[in-house]
Design a protein around this ligand. Structure first.
Ligand SMILES: NC(=O)c1ccc[n+]([C@@H]2O[C@H](COP(=O)([O-])OP(=O)(O)OC[C@H]3O[C@@H](n4cnc5c(N)ncnc54)[C@H](O)[C@@H]3O)[C@@H](O)[C@H]2O)c1
Length: 262
């Protein structure tokens, strides 16, 4: 309890999945939580839950790829709270059927995926870091994926955004560390969320049993709560000497090179 007492924490895309789990956890630890979400209905449900549990939270509607929306979020946070302590860049899209091999992705889809997954990180850092500097420092948590560190076929726009997020985490850590701003990155895989369910549609050739047996050393999916606990650690002062880290949160999927022993 109270690991984030008095901190103002912004989570992008906290209306569902991992972001919603982090919102609940951050609020339970005393943070004022702001969700920057496009889906205000889902976000409203999360906010209502947090408030009912005695926490503090609000949603500001935002398309994370739009500069005006992001600037509006930051202006409102500055006006209402005067500070920003935690910036959790969580929102992304994974679009099977539209994303794919680079020779097959339309230019519009490429731009859209880059906009939501990567431009958003630029925009929130571009307009959020000055407020964090004024606040005396803070914690930026970026979100990559196993797709940001190993080759995964069939989603080249997504992998490009996640690889870039890994590298951006490292340069931000070096650039803004001297201001007391720590930047770290969580690289999840196989977390059972709406995104995960969408990525393995029932009509695809995805063989779940084989996936769990061959790919996942822990033989199960991860949960949003398991990722939210890592985000909480990164947001809190308990991770005070962590800066520029890429944390694989995938049950060992990414380092599993041997698929012969099952
Ligand atoms: N679930 C996994 O297995 C997995 C694996 C690797 C990486 N990740 C990453 O973890 C993060 C969270 O994933 P998740 O599984 O919880 O996803 P999710 O799809 O369940 O939730 C994403 C949230 O982002 C919001 N969002 C989407 N587009 C937006 C926009 N333009 N503006 C504002 N909000 C928007 C959605 O409304 C949704 O609430 C993402 O960055 C994802 O790439 C997840």
């Amino acid at each position: 309890m109270n690991r984030l007492q008095g901190k103002v924490a912004l989570i992008t895309g906290g209306g569902g999945g991992i972001g919603a789990a982090a919102a609940r956890k951050f609020a339970a630890e005393g943070a004022i939580v702001i969700l920057a979400e496009i889906d205000v209905e889902n976000a409203g449900g999360v906010i209502a839950e947090i408030i009912a549990a005695g926490g503090a939270a609000e949603c500001i509607q935002c398309d994370v790829s739009k500069s005006a929306d992001v600037q509006n979020v930051m202006a409102q946070i500055e006006r209402r709270y005067g500070r920003l302590d935690v910036l959790y860049n969580n929102a992304s899209v994974y679009l099977p059927g539209r994303d794919g091999k680079i020779t097959e992705i339309s230019e519009d889809d490429w731009e859209m995926i880059i906009g939501i997954n990567l431009r958003s990180v630029y925009l929130f850092c571009r307009y959020g870091i000055p407020l964090m500097q004024q606040s005396g420092g803070g914690s930026i948590i970026n979100t990559a994926s196993s797709a940001g560190v190993i080759g995964i076929p069939g989603c080249d726009a997504y992998t490009a955004t996640k690889g870039a997020t890994v590298q951006l985490t490292k340069s931000l850590a070096v650039e803004y560390g001297p201001y007391g701003i720590r930047t770290n990155c969580i690289a999840p895989a196989a977390i059972m969320t709406p995104m995960m369910r969408k990525s393995n549609p029932s009509d695809s050739s995805f063989d779940e049993e084989r996936f769990l047996k061959l790919r996942t050393p822990l033989r199960r999916y991860g949960t949003s709560e398991e990722i939210a606990k890592i985000a909480l650690f990164l947001a809190s002062d308990e991770s005070s000497y962590l800066n520029g880290s890429i944390i694989s949160a995938d049950g060992g999927i990414t380092i599993n090179g041997d698929l012969s022993k099952v």
